[in-house]
Design a protein around this ligand. Structure first.
Ligand code: 13P
Length: 261
């Protein structure tokens, strides 16, 4: 399958880190470290906690920095009695472009089901934002030989009811749970094999065209030192970065993987 027109997307998922002052400092430093020629070849997004998004938006827009604003999750309803939740409409109003949906931490710690994840994916589209649908297996599932089945099942469920055009425009992040925050990166070959499973699953449910266009990120202990090898894989179109996205220099080294490989 030709891996031609897919611009890589490198996304920083800050998780529950950085207050809004730290967030401002981090994006200002990142904006200083990244240059026009980086943005020509790579799309970059940051996904701060909700309490930081307005501050980050203000800094990025004032300086016309082409870093995209992302969120880490949202609810699927527009508004109402859902204490503690944030709606996609609220995120869209802050010029959020990308929303992570179904991260393994949301699934495992907060009990998000495939059905809920699918509702959220649809809600994100409804507000003209792009979902980053996450999937990935546990170590036990991998050791039992069930990684492919788990991941293709999550992808099928997450994409249920979407049009081929929607699927083509979205992002899917393959994040093996055993590689998240552990320092253990999947080998480039293993990451490629699983990202191919994701693309093949997309082809089955939404057709070849959507599969050729959808961007697939790898996530799990991505760093400046391993980004180039991962990004060289034909089915890996970007990275979803946790720990290394918290420090501007480390994240910039990943964005600039071409020169840091
Ligand atoms: P780490 O990069 O810290 O392993 O986290 C990956 C991740 O979960 C990104 O969403």
């Amino acid at each position: 399958m030709a891996a031609t027109a897919r611009t890589p997307l490198i996304s920083g998922n800050w998780k529950m880190n950085h207050n809004h002052f730290e967030a401002i400092q981090t994006v200002q430093k990142l904006a200083y470290l990244l240059h026009a020629d980086d943005y020509e070849v790579v799309d970059v997004s940051v996904h701060p906690p909700f309490t930081d998004i307005r501050s980050v938006q203000t800094v990025l827009e004032a300086d016309e920095t082409p870093i995209r604003i992302g969120a880490q999750h949202c609810y699927f309803e527009e508004k109402g009695a859902f204490t503690g939740e944030v709606s996609p409409a609220m995120l869209a109003k802050l010029n959020v472009e990308l929303v992570i949906v179904g991260h393994s931490e949301r699934r495992e710690i907060f009990g998000e089901t495939d059905e809920l994840v699918n509702q959220k994916v649809k809600a994100v589209f409804k507000h003209a934002m792009t979902p980053i649908l996450c999937c990935g297996e546990t170590l036990a599932e991998r050791e039992a030989g069930g990684a492919e089945e788990k991941v293709s099942g999550q992808v099928r469920a997450g994409l249920a009811g979407l049009s081929a055009e929607q699927v083509a425009s979205m992002v899917i992040a393959y994040e093996p749970i055993w590689a998240i925050g552990t320092g253990k990166t999947a080998t480039a070959d293993d990451a490629q094999a699983m990202c191919k499973v994701v693309r093949d699953t997309v082809a089955e449910v939404a057709g070849e065209e959507a599969a050729t266009s959808v961007r697939i990120q790898y996530g799990g202990s991505v760093k400046g030192s391993n980004a180039a090898e991962l990004m060289a894989q034909p089915d890996i179109d970007g990275a979803l970065v946790g720990g290394a996205s918290l420090v501007a220099e480390d994240f910039a080294a990943i964005v600039q993987y071409r020169s840091h490989g």
